[in-house]
Design a protein around this ligand. Structure first.
Ligand code: DAT
Ligand code: MG
Length: 147
């Protein structure tokens, strides 16, 4: 079954919407495989956002993501990589539809509240970067056959 890496960014933690965001994924029917609150190091931030190294906003992005703790998760389910991105909405909250997480909780691209892996390759890379194998649980959700 497909897995993805999702992270509530420092703005989401500071604004107290971690629970509401987790709730949306739980209600949708995804399994929470792993979750943790963590203070991100500069090294991890730079590695995670490596593809954006040459972009003008890279420094601000790294400063932002290391400015306060994040809430990191691994979610599992059918098509979870692309569906979680749909639930998040457009990168720029100004373009994100109401009903999406960014559309409902965020205003500016610099603080767009949530991250989600954008492809199977990124999901595998990011899960490995943020979580040790021993942190990933393996269990059956009783309601899964109804999802
Ligand atoms: P996403 O987070 O939707 O995958 P991305 O990978 O293109 O978007 O960019 C990573 C993050 O970088 C994004 O969540 C917010 C920030 N960012 C992207 N484009 C930006 C821009 N033009 N100005 C400022 N920050 C930007
Ligand atoms: Mg991205």
């Amino acid at each position: 079954m497909e897995k993805t890496f999702v992270m509530v960014k420092p703005d989401g933690v500071q604004r107290g919407v971690v629970g509401e965001i987790v709730n949306r994924f739980e209600k949708k029917g995804y399994k929470i495989v792993a979750a943790k609150m963590m203070q991100v190091s500069k090294d991890l931030a730079e590695e995670h956002y490596g593809q954006h190294k040459e972009r003008p906003f890279f420094g601000e992005l790294v400063d932002f993501i290391t400015s306060s703790p994040v809430f990191a998760m691994v979610l599992e389910g059918e098509n979870v990589i692309s569906s979680a991105r749909v639930m998040m909405g457009a990168t720029n909250p100004a373009d994100a539809a109401p009903g999406t997480i960014r559309g409902d909780f965020a205003v500016s691209i610099g603080m767009n509240i949530i991250h989600g892996s954008d492809s199977p390759e990124s999901a595998e890379r990011e899960i490995g970067l943020w979580f040790d194998k021993s942190e990933l649980t393996d269990y059956e959700v009783a309601s899964h056959k109804w999802v």
